[in-house]
Design a protein around this ligand. Structure first.
Ligand SMILES: NC(=O)NCCC(=O)O
Length: 403
């Protein structure tokens, strides 16, 4: 016969699972802004609406039938778009395909840590396989992709057990295998435990070359202290500066989630040479959805580069209730992660977003020559450089008022 404690713990797990299934099935959320526009705007106005809202209709990529049917079987959305540049006399086009992955957590948050990580690896593996069929050269996953976004709870265990070494952890090894197998650069944002520096935690993107070699890492440099985003309970602002990574397919950088609210952050990655800046995120509708279409797109315009914001999807349920420290009721979830991953180009145009509710892979082909072409036209970065020099002067003036 089961003891009272066993019975209680079994029924708690059952309640957790039921609530998980409930939240997965009952979101009642708008599926996507674009589908809504397409459904309700008369066809003769739609092209003009898209031109005004998105900078025109982005070229649709024709993706392999096998990829489309695999995505359908595996229950995720697959969309593909292309950005072109003008032909040049001295430079060949520099065509690259990027893949953005957004996904729900496949298991309830109270499942054993190793089982959750394995399920996420499996889910990502099946999406990456489809990305490879679509000719993706660089793929990026969502922020802290190997775990639920549990920082809202402020609990230590079991969440800190999801942290791994950026250099030798099982997730980095897994991504190195994927990179080699598919000849693909992999950007893998994880919760990092830095074992050789006191076991500290960081929110880190690991960048792996298409050969499988580790190119380096970039740590989140702005940490939210807003609503239930209690991340500074676990880690502080990163200490890796604004690194860029030279890959076979272009120079890339990773500006993790909250960093997208800071225009100077994007500017620094871009001044260091980034042509594509990924922004793996975890954010919710009530907090940031009206900012989402603006910030990364504005960064692409201001810095003459491509930007790739990625957001997770779904509602993640936690067994123990937590509060927002604002006198409100204790609750069991952070809110709805609204997906809507997209790519913005330096000329200000952008792709439609992926779904607000479904797992998805966005494949985007881009000609990196567009970055310099737009830069030569608008020259925003020349003015940006003056801004940085100006700020440095200001800093000196404050430190030594007689300056
Ligand atoms: N993950 C994260 O930094 N979220 C904060 C909320 C936001 O930046 O929209």
């Amino acid at each position: 016969m089961a003891s009272a404690a066993e019975t209680m713990s079994r029924s708690r797990v059952a309640v957790g699972c039921m609530q998980f299934l409930f939240s997965q099935a009952m979101e009642g959320e708008l599926e996507s802004l674009e589908l809504c526009l397409e459904r309700h705007i008369p066809p003769h106005d739609l092209a003009e609406v898209k031109r005004i809202l998105y900078g025109g209709e982005t070229r649709k990529l024709s993706l392999p039938a096998a990829a489309l049917s695999s995505a359908q079987q595996r229950d995720f959305e697959l969309q593909g778009y292309g950005f072109d540049a003008a032909p040049e006399q001295l430079r060949r086009p520099r065509i690259v395909r990027v893949g953005l992955v957004q996904n729900k957590i496949p298991l309830p948050t109270d499942t054993a840590v190793a089982v959750q990580v394995a399920a996420l690896h499996k889910r990502i593996e099946e999406i990456v396989e489809v990305a490879a069929m679509c000719g993706v050269n660089i793929i990026c996953f969502q922020e802290a992709w190997t775990m639920p976004f549990a920082f809202c709870t402020r609990e230590r265990l079991p969440w800190t057990e999801f942290a791994e070494s950026a250099e030798g952890g099982i997730t980095t090894k897994f991504c190195q295998e994927l990179a080699k197998k598919y000849d693909m650069v992999v950007v893998s944002p994880i919760l990092e435990r830095d074992e050789i520096h006191g076991g500290t935690l960081w929110n880190t993107a690991v960048v792996i070359s298409n050969s499988g070699a580790l190119l380096g890492k970039s740590r989140k440099n702005h940490i939210p202290r807003v609503g239930d985003f209690n991340e500074s309970t676990y880690y502080m602002e990163g200490n890796t500066g604004h690194p860029v990574f030279q890959t076979q397919f272009g120079t890339i950088a990773v500006n993790i989630c909250f960093g997208r609210h800071h225009p100077l952050n994007w500017l620094m990655y871009s001044l260091n040479g980034a042509e594509i800046i990924f922004n793996p995120s975890a954010t919710i509708g009530t907090l940031s959805e009206s900012l989402w279409p603006i910030e990364a797109r504005n960064a692409a315009i201001a810095n003459h580069c491509f930007t790739c914001p990625i957001n997770r999807v779904g509602t993640e349920y936690y067994k123990n209730a937590f509060t927002s420290g604002d006198g409100g009721e204790a609750h069991h979830d952070l809110g709805h992660f609204y997906g809507s991953s997209y790519v913005a180009a330096p000329d200000g145009s952008r792709t439609p977003g992926l779904s607000r509710t479904r797992d998805g892979l966005l494949v985007v082909e881009m000609d990196l020559n567009l970055c310099r072409q737009v830069s030569d036209k608008w020259n925003f970065k020349v003015c940006g450089r003056h801004m940085v020099v100006g700020l440095m002067d200001l800093n000196c003036a404050v430190k030594s008022p007689g300056f």
